[in-house]
Design a protein around this ligand. Structure first.
Ligand SMILES: NC(=O)c1ccc[n+]([C@@H]2O[C@H](COP(=O)([O-])OP(=O)(O)OC[C@H]3O[C@@H](n4cnc5c(N)ncnc54)[C@H](OP(=O)(O)O)[C@@H]3O)[C@@H](O)[C@H]2O)c1
Length: 228
């Protein structure tokens, strides 16, 4: 897709990866609307919205509001998420939180987005995680939430391809963004090290968007990204 002029909603623009992707898309000339749990700081009159991922109706509504503000949508990028680790995450309350924020909220945003992206032949892009490919001990519930999102993206992609809509699933490895320190429960298991950095991931996502790819994956053995 052409990023310059692309009418783009970033949900999770207040986060580290969402913020870095927002800046990169702005640099590429995308026309932005930004959403976050707290009001994101837009520049130059960019419309901004608040959304709590625990409110699934609001997740859908924010997409329609952004489409109204931009006159349609060519790209919807979802970068919201929370982590949970260890035994502290293996209970119903934390699991519900992880599944709501990491799975159901992106799905609600995605369903609302598809209505607009079908009109424009646009792209739905979301950050799931390498955990979808490599479910990891000490992160069972977190892995399950990301694997479920990734499965939804795969199935959705096949269903909307004929309508000209592309679906990109970004599955990064651990990146030092502070996400682990903001975990809803528990602490990151020892031995988990950063496999990449923010700038490299951003470069891969932009390239994947430009070249209409389906996936951004990471090989832990080679330490390399691959675009699928
Ligand atoms: N960093 C990594 O190692 C890594 C690896 C693989 C995948 N990912 C995924 O990448 C995405 C971004 O992560 P990040 O590293 O950039 O972490 P981050 O800086 O903590 O960003 C997380 C984003 O999710 C938002 N969020 C969390 N709970 C929310 C809620 N209830 N309602 C609305 N928004 C909510 C945060 O909003 P606030 O700013 O308002 O809290 C923030 O915008 C996540 O889906 C994460 O799982 C990260």
């Amino acid at each position: 897709m052409e990023l310059s002029g692309a009418r783009t909603l970033v949900v999770g623009a207040t986060g580290v990866l969402g913020g870095a992707l927002t800046e990169a898309l702005r640099d590429q000339g995308a026309t932005l609307a930004l959403a976050g749990r707290t009001d994101p700081s837009g520049t130059g009159g960019e419309p901004t919205f608040t959304v709590d991922a625990l409110d699934l109706e609001r997740c859908a509504a924010v997409v329609d509001e952004a489409a109204d503000a931009l006159g349609g949508l060519d790209l919807v990028l979802v970068a919201i998420g929370v982590a949970g680790f260890g035994e502290e995450s293996e209970n119903d309350v934390v699991t519900e939180h992880l599944l709501t924020v990491n799975t159901q909220a992106p799905m609600a945003i995605g369903r609302a987005a598809l209505a607009h992206l079908t009109d424009s032949g646009g792209t739905l892009a979301m950050i799931s995680a390498i955990l979808a490919d490599v479910p990891t001990p000490g992160m069972a519930a977190y892995s399950a939430s990301k694997a479920a999102l990734s499965a939804w993206l795969t199935a959705t992609r096949g269903g909307v391809r004929k309508q000209g809509v592309r679906v990109l699933d970004v599955r990064p490895p651990h990146i030092e963004t502070g996400l682990a320190d903001r975990a809803v429960a528990g602490t990151v298991p020892s031995g988990i090290r950063a496999g990449s950095d923010v700038a490299t991931l951003v470069g891969q996502v932009l390239e994947a968007l430009r070249s209409d790819r389906r996936t951004v994956t990471f090989d832990l053995r080679s330490g390399e990204y691959a675009l699928g």
